[in-house]
Design a protein around this ligand. Sequence first.
Ligand SMILES: C[S@@+](CC[C@H](N)C(=O)[O-])C[C@H]1O[C@@H](n2cnc3c(N)ncnc32)[C@H](O)[C@@H]1O
Length: 284
Amino acid sequence: MNEPRFGAPGRVKEVTSLSNPLVKDIKALSLKKFRDQQNAFLAEGLKLVIDALELGWTIRTLVFAKTALGNPAVEKVAARTVAAGGTVLEVSEKVLTAITRRDNPQVVVGVFAQQTLALKDVAPRGDDVWVALDRVRDPGNLGTIIRTVDAVGAKGVILIGDCTDAFSIETVRATMGSIFAVPVARATTDAFMAWRKGFGGLVAGTHLKGAVDYRTVDFTGKPVLLLMGNEQQGLPEDLAASCDQLVKIPQAGRADSLNLAVATGVMLFEIRRGALALTSGTNA
Ligand SMILES: C[S@@+](CC[C@H](N)C(=O)[O-])C[C@H]1O[C@@H](n2cnc3c(N)ncnc32)[C@H](O)[C@@H]1O
């Protein structure tokens, strides 16, 4: 792998030019190719950056707006970044807008090292719940699902086949910070099928042709793997055949299916119903 870029470690730089090479490198993280090459991604917002550091993620570069100078929380994060060997860039709003491709950008952006889990290390036990997504294409759906997995206390997400990138800025935005709390594993369909053979719990696939109402299934007392299909095509035959049960969410009205993230949410709240009954309130 190439050496990580993003500036010499441990230094604070002031940058106002869009043609600054550090800014160019960070902007290039909007491309998957460059994210993969650098094993890096962007996360926007002070709270997200603080949470990520708390959860042990490696920060490479902290970018903050001049307007945030003097904000004690930003200065604390900047000091932590330098202590961790990262670079701190103080930039103009123009630069932040270019990096995030957004008007009114957040005043803090972090460049983090990507972290994924190897499929062989996904070993569900007890009443663990994992979600496997077949070729999910929409970053908003993936981010929303990662956020929902976090919210219900499920363990993580397995991406099967050619999926949208969990580390794109759109996906990370939609996770609202849960990207740092939810492990993500990636697998080819073949690798998933091989791993699935060693999975001792219940594999529940969701399918519009499912014969079973999801509310009649006993999800308790065992690990559950919830398998969701692609937005356009649903689950292919081989993955559907690998499920212990194919369940359907009954619908009324004219819509022929639910949005993938909505269907995943409905399923997760049912699967985790018992566990969530003991929890009161939200984390807001
Ligand atoms: C938008 S749907 C896919 C629709 C696709 N045209 C099809 O025929 O399967 C995306 C995924 O959400 C889940 N899903 C959506 N609505 C569902 C329902 N009513 N029952 C079960 N699963 C559903 C399934 O996993 C499905 O593969």
